[in-house]
Design a protein around this ligand. Structure first.
Ligand code: G3H
Ligand code: 13P
Ligand code: ZN
Ligand code: NA
Length: 283
């Protein structure tokens, strides 16, 4: 069933688990995610980045995700990932997304607050949930010094002010993860996750979660993370499966035969994540 992001994440927050938010840009990825969610009985979030929307078109993504959500027995939210453009955010809402992210994290605090609040006011008026970001989530910087940590990681005082003034539904926090693959092992600031949870008492979001070891993910969830974004690990499963298949079957030219096994491999990776996050059985 199609639900809002807030419905899914408030339940996760109240019950101490995390929901996977998986990036989609084509039909096979959508189906892999929904099949994994059904199989593990997990609530799930389908999210599209600006790049994903550019690739597939907002209407295609919205309709595909909504069909998948409506036909699913588990709760599914359709979410815009890292929205930075007012017009595009409005288009997503118009096309039936049930959650949007406004990412003004590169702007100074007051400007981030004002930009986020404007989206919250509009989205809430039509029943759409909102995620915002505070702090700077890494590219793939490896060894962050303590000074850099204080400058870039989410400050709990600022987070409290930010949520109070914007009314945002869930907050993406910078605690040591980075988008894309890691060179070394990421070091997460678990104490910061816990402090922010205690201060805000609302759902927290972890970005850049591909490549984070299982123990770190589980600890992050135990300290208060409720939405875990995964993109790269799905891309890698897709890439590996397609390459292996075409290498072993150089004469096959039917896209269904090439992409079918990739869909199956993505589904396996996604189902594992759902279990790891504690979402399995929560639908
Ligand atoms: O947050 C980043 C996501 O992995 C989306 O990446 O902009 O290449 O679609 P993308
Ligand atoms: P990864 O590609 O590291 O999984 O990050 C995904 C993400 O945070 C999308 O917003
Ligand atoms: Zn992200
Ligand atoms: Na990552």
């Amino acid at each position: 069933m199609l639900v809002t992001g807030k419905q899914i994440l408030d339940h996760a927050h109240e019950n101490g688990y995390a929901v996977g938010a998986f990036n989609v840009n084509n039909m096979e990825i959508v189906q892999a995610i929904i099949e994994a969610a059904e199989e593990t009985k997990s609530p799930v979030i389908l999210q599209a980045s600006q790049g994903g929307l550019k690739y597939a078109g907002v209407e295609y993504i919205a309709e595909m995700a909504k069909v998948a959500a409506r036909n699913a027995s588990v709760p599914v939210a359709v979410h815009l990932d890292h929205g930075t453009d007012f017009t595009q955010i409005m288009q997503c809402i118009r096309n039936g997304f049930t959650s949007v992210m406004i990412d003004a994290s590169k702007k100074p605090l007051e400007e981030n607050i004002a930009t986020t609040k404007k989206i919250v006011d509009i989205a809430h008026a039509v029943g759409v949930s909102v995620e915002a970001e505070l702090g700077k989530i890494g590219g793939t910087e490896d060894d962050i010094t303590v000074d850099e940590k204080d400058a870039t990681f989410t400050d709990p005082d600022e987070a409290e002010k930010f949520v109070k003034e914007t009314g945002v539904d869930y907050l993406a926090i910078a605690v040591g993860t980075a988008h894309g693959p890691y060179k070394g092992e990421p070091k997460l600031d678990f104490d910061r996750i816990k402090t922010i949870k205690e201060r805000l008492n609302m759902p927290s979001v972890l970005h850049g979660s591909s490549g984070v070891p299982e123990e770190s993910i589980k600890k992050a969830v135990s300290q208060g993370i409720n939405k875990i974004n995964i993109d790269t690990d799905i891309r890698m499963a897709f890439n590996k499966a397609v390459r292996e298949f075409v290498a072993e079957n150089p004469d096959v030219y039917d896209p269904r035969k090439i992409l079918g096994p990739a869909r199956e491999e993505m589904k396996k990776v996604i189902a594992e994540k759902m279990k790891m996050f504690g979402a399995a059985g929560k639908a």
